[in-house]
Ligand binder design. Structure first.
Ligand SMILES: O=C1C[C@@](O)(C(=O)O)C[C@@H](O)[C@@H]1O
Length: 234
């Protein structure tokens, strides 16, 4: 973990409100956000070609902790961008950010921007997304271990059966480091509450009227659900 990190690692599960587009972001009111989420996620690759408008929006949400990402196409990103192009997007939005999310698969190519972001006191999330399936426990553990440089390792995987929920809870129970884990698909809603109960720190729901992943809760519902759920385990 970074010695110069200013962003504090959360000590309890947070709700991340994710927006699908600049239009959706423009319709949100900063004053309404605190009851809906703890962090605002901006997917920079969905807002290409509107840098001036994006800057206006980032200014408007300046008082809200921001998590930025420029997702690669292979892991659900809306645009096919090179690591350098994604690094430029992250760099331009960095002055507004508390957290940045970079895919583990891109980390080798994006070490420079990752280092630069951390030197600015921005927390580093290293992430893995699988929209097809939930890999075996051993494979997920390998991914967690590979993310040793992260302040938070984040894993989002498609769940198909109830057994997938056992894999998710086991990963959270086995690893004592800061983690975020979530299911996608029909089991996403139950998984997100269950994993927050098991200590998943970043729990994503959507803001506006368009989910950014299959099965997400509206952020406010998720936040209220997490607040009403008892913690499970140590
Ligand atoms: O990676 C994640 C998690 C997510 O895929 C989800 O499953 O809620 C939604 C994305 O916007 C975010 O970047």
């Amino acid at each position: 973990m970074s010695a110069s990190l200013q962003t504090r690692i959360p000590t309890s599960p947070l709700t991340v409100g994710s927006v699908a587009s600049l239009n959706q972001l423009a319709c949100l009111q900063p004053s309404e956000l605190a009851k809906q989420c703890d962090l605002l996620e901006i997917r920079l690759e969905t807002m290409l070609g509107h840098q001036d408008l994006l800057q206006v929006e980032l200014e408007r949400f300046r008082d809200i902790p921001l998590l930025i990402t420029a997702r690669c196409a292979a892991e659900g990103g809306e645009a096919d961008l090179t690591p350098d192009e994604r690094a430029s997007l992250l760099s331009a939005a960095a002055p507004f950010a508390s957290w940045a999310d970079i895919e583990l698969a891109s980390y080798g190519d994006m070490q420079d921007i990752a280092k630069d972001l951390r030197n600015q006191g921005i927390g580093l999330v290293l992430s893995y997304h699988n929209f097809e399936k939930t890999p075996y426990l051993s494979e997920l553990q390998r991914i967690v271990d590979f993310g040793e440089d992260a302040d938070i390792v984040k894993i989002a995987v498609r769940h198909h059966e109830v057994e997938d929920l056992t894999i998710g809870t086991q990963i959270l129970q086995k690893n004592r480091r800061p983690m975020a884990f979530m299911g996608m698909g029909a089991l996403a809603p139950v998984s997100r509450l269950l994993y927050a109960q098991h200590g998943s720190l970043l729990n994503y729901g959507y803001l506006g009227d368009e989910p950014t992943a299959p099965g997400q809760w509206p952020a406010e519902l998720l936040k209220n659900g997490i607040a009403a759920s008892e913690k499970i385990g140590a």
